[in-house]
Write a protein that binds this ligand. Sequence first.
Ligand code: B12
Length: 135
Amino acid sequence: MKNKLVLGVIGADCHAVGNKILYHAFTEAGFQVENIGVLSSQEDFINAAIETNADAIIVSSLYGHGEIDCRGLREKCDEAGLKGILLYAGGNLVVGKQEWSDVEKRFLDMGFNRAYPPGTSPQTTINDLKKDLGW
Ligand code: B12
């Protein structure tokens, strides 16, 4: 069963509470979660995904710099041999209140499979993961 996830908070972002909640929600839903925590670089996500043979990378960004921090992650995954790995992002991905459809489009254009607006519950992502991983 495809159920291995890498979870973390990208960039110089130290918001730690949501990360712990997501870890427990995904674990209880039956996923094997490698939680790399806060202050994680793109390379940290990629190395953890290689080490654990992960099926998906779940990126959180709360402090508003998500777009900058996430740019290039898909290309780096491809170069590292992680072609086709699921990439999801959520939290407060951009500064302030921007039109969500624009923000979502920018993340999809960057190669993310899914991007979530502020306030998305972990259950939404769990349902999407099950669908995308063929449970
Ligand atoms: C506590 C807090 C801090 C603490 C963090 C302590 C710690 N180590 O955790 C401190 C004081 C350090 C802090 C600092 C900063 N903060 Co702050 N912080 C908050 C605050 C009040 C609560 C965050 C929190 O714990 N929420 C509770 C958890 C449970 O919710 P959550 O983190 O949102 O996570 C949930 C969801 O977002 C979602 N989720 C998260 N990731 C993902 C991923 C996916 C795929 C999905 C589906 C869902 C998902 O699920 C999580 C669980 O339910 C928020 C405001 C708020 N009310 O949210 C601001 C807030 C996040 N902070 C903000 C800012 C700007 C900063 C600073 C830049 C401020 C500054 N100028 O210094 C710094 C950045 C520091 C850094 N390097 O990261 C802004 C971000 C604004 C934006 N993105 O537009 C917020 C929204 C406040 C605001 N309204 O302006 N902060």
